[in-house]
Design a protein around this ligand. Sequence first.
Ligand SMILES: O=P(O)(O)OC[C@H]1O[C@H](OP(=O)(O)OP(=O)(O)O)[C@H](O)[C@@H]1O
Ligand code: HPA
Ligand SMILES: [Mg+2]
Length: 179
Amino acid sequence: MLHPDIKEVLYSEEYIKEVVKGLGSQLTEAYEGKNPLVICVLKGAVMFMTDLTRAMACDLELDFMDVSSYGAGMESSGEVKILKDLDTSVEGRHLVIVEDIIDTGRTLNSLIELFKYRKAASIQIVTLLDKKERRVVDLQADYIGVNVPDEFVVGYGLDFNEKYRNLPYIGVLKKEVYE
Ligand SMILES: O=P(O)(O)OC[C@H]1O[C@H](OP(=O)(O)OP(=O)(O)O)[C@H](O)[C@@H]1O
Ligand code: HPA
Ligand SMILES: [Mg+2]
């Protein structure tokens, strides 16, 4: 059933499954024999990461990083703070950074700088959603699920004020909910 705060479903549960399966196959081919370290950027990417890695047939390891740039609202602050660091050393490792959405690009830009400094062997980005219109830094993902229009979306990990992450689909929030 549709949540009453959702104006419109952009990507259904079935559609997301297909997209994730496709990305999983591409990553399996790219990372066979490389034992990549797959990094989930908490919390938004958690649903995507668990589904994506189950669609990857190669050996891999998981780790988690929590950074914040948004606070409780909808606008990027431009500052990225590390709230939880990785447990694993990235030196010499092939990294796959998993994101739910790229918006301004600031979060990933900072993470890439950090992982380069820590001497990762390679760094690739996979994002479920890419909101290219909003980019303020020069950053491109290596694997993109779908290009999303410039609307505030929630569900499948994406939140507004920590709510709606558990919706199985991705939808547009009604304006009256956040205005
Ligand atoms: O490209 P950017 O403008 O940096 O925005 C994208 C980031 O913002 C959201 O995370 P947020 O920091 O809101 O935390 P969350 O993942 O815990 O929801 C989203 O999950 C991305 O990580
Ligand atoms: O559209 C969005 N929805 C939820 N979180 C976000 N973080 C950046 N853009 C978004
Ligand atoms: Mg996030």
